[in-house]
Ligand binder design. Structure first.
Ligand code: UDP
Ligand code: MG
Length: 307
C-alpha cells in the first residue's frame, strides 16, 4: 500500500483538486497491485477544509482525515501523517499542488530499483519574491558551513520513502522538528529528482517571512552547535586585541609620556564589546529555550478527529 500524506492548513480550495489530480496520476499503481490511501492532516484549519475532506470520504473510502486540536505547524502534521498512515510506502505532498503528482510514477520506479527514499528539490525559485529567495539561499549556504548533516538547497518535503525510512524518522521524537535535517540525518539510499518550481494552484502561502525566519533558526539550532562557538572565538580575539592595546599604551606612555586621551574611542569599545556579549547571550538563550521545550516532553500534536 502507498500512503499519501497531505498537511493542510486552510486549504479548502485545494482538497478536492488535489484529490482529482492525485488519483489521475496514481492509476499506474493498480497494475502493480499496490493499494492507495490518502491522509489529509488538518493542521487546525479555520476554514472548511475538514468538511471538504468529509465529503470526499463519502465518495471514496481510501480518504482519511486526522484533525489537530489547533495549528501545530507543518512539521507536526508530517510527523502525525507518518505515524498514522499504514502504507508500506509513504509520500508527503503539499495540498497546493506545488509537489506535482505527475512525478510519482518516476519516483516509484526508483523505489523498485532499490532506493530507500526518493526526494525532490526545485532547481529554480521562479515566482517567489526575490528577497525570500535571497535569504533562502543564504540559509542553505550557511547551513552547509555550520552543520555536519547534509541539507540540500531547494529540497522540498515532497519525498517518497519505504516504511523503514519512515520508522527511522519517527524514532527521532524531538519536539523542535526540522525535516530537511532529519531526513539527511537518518541517511539511507536516497535518489534526488529535480524539477522547476511550480506555483501554488489556489489560495495563499501559509509561511510569512517572519515564520520562515523562525523556522530557519529552528533548523540551525537543531542541526548545528556552531553558533555556540562564536562566543569563545570572539572572546579569545578580543582578549588578544586588549593585550596588544595595553602593550601599546604602556610603551607610548614610557617613551613619549602621552597622557591617555579620547573617551570617544573608549565609548566605542564598550559599546562594541557589550554588543557582542548580548549577541552571544542571545545565542545561548536560543539553545536554552529549545532545550527547555525538549525537556518538557510535550506531545508533538493533539488529535481532535480521526477517520
Ligand atoms: N501547512 C500546514 N501547517 C502550517 C502551514 C502550512 O500544514 O502551519 C501546509 C499547507 O497547507 C501546505 C503545505 O504545508 O499544504 C505547504 O505550505 P505552503 O504552500 O503555504 O508553503 P510554501 O509552499 O509557500 O512554502
Ligand atoms: Mg506551497
Amino acid at each position: 500500500m502507498l500512503s499519501v500524506i497531505v498537511p493542510c492548513y486552510n486549504e479548502e480550495e485545494n482538497v478536492v483538486p488535489f484529490y482529482e489530480e492525485l488519483t489521475e496520476h496514481t492509476a499506474f499503481l493498480k497494475e502493480k497491485g499496490v493499494e492507495l490511501e490518502i491522509w489529509y492532516i488538518d493542521d487546525g484549519s479555520l476554514d472548511r477544509t475538514v468538511e471538504q475532506v468529509r465529503t470526499l470520504r463519502e465518495r471514496d473510502e481510501r480518504v482519511h482525515l486526522l484533525s489537530f486540536s489547533r495549528n501545530f505547524g507543518k512539521e507536526a502534521a508530517m510527523y502525525a501523517g507518518l505515524e498514522n498512515a499504514r502504507g508500506d510506502y509513504l509520500v508527503i505532498m503539499d495540498a497546493d499542488l506545488q509537489d506535482p503528482p505527475s512525478l510519482l510514477p518516476e519516483m516509484f520506479a526508483y523505489l523498485e530499483e532499490g532506493y530507500d527514499s526518493v526526494a525532490t528539490r526545485r532547481v529554480s525559485r521562479k515566482g517567489e519574491p526575490p528577497v525570500r529567495s535571497f535569504f533562502a539561499r543564504l540559509f542553505y549556504r550557511l547551513m552547509k558551513k555550520i552543520s555536519r548533516t547534509e541539507i540540500m538547497d531547494g529540497a522540498r518535503d515532497y519525498r517518497l520513502m519505504t516504511r523503514k525510512v519512515a520508522a527511522s524518522v519517527l524514532s527521532l521524537g524531538e519536539y523542535n522538528r526540522f525535516s530537511k535535517g532529519i531526513f539527511g540525518w537518518v541517511g539511507f539510499r536516497t535518489k534526488w529528482l529535480e524539477y522547476e518550481n511550480v506555483q501554488r494552484a489556489r489560495g495563499e502561502t501559509k509561511w510569512s517571512f517572519w515564520k520562515l525566519f523562525l523556522y530557519s533558526l529552528d533548523g540551525m539550532t537543531a542541526f548545528s552547535t556552531a553558533p555556540l562557538m562564536i562566543a569563545s572565538v570572539v572572546g579569545v580575539l578580543f582578549c588578544l586585541l586588549a593585550f596588544l592595546m595595553i602593550l601599546f599604551i604602556i610603551v607610548r606612555k614610557l617613551c613619549f609620556g602621552d597622557p591617555v586621551s579620547g573617551w570617544p574611542s573608549l565609548v566605542c569599545i564598550i559599546l562594541m564589546t557589550s554588543g557582542v556579549q548580548f549577541f552571544c547571550t542571545g545565542i545561548l538563550g536560543q539553545y536554552l529555550a529549545k532545550a527547555y521545550l525538549e525537556i518538557k516532553r510535550r506531545p508533538i500534536y493533539l488529535v481532535k478527529e480521526k477517520f
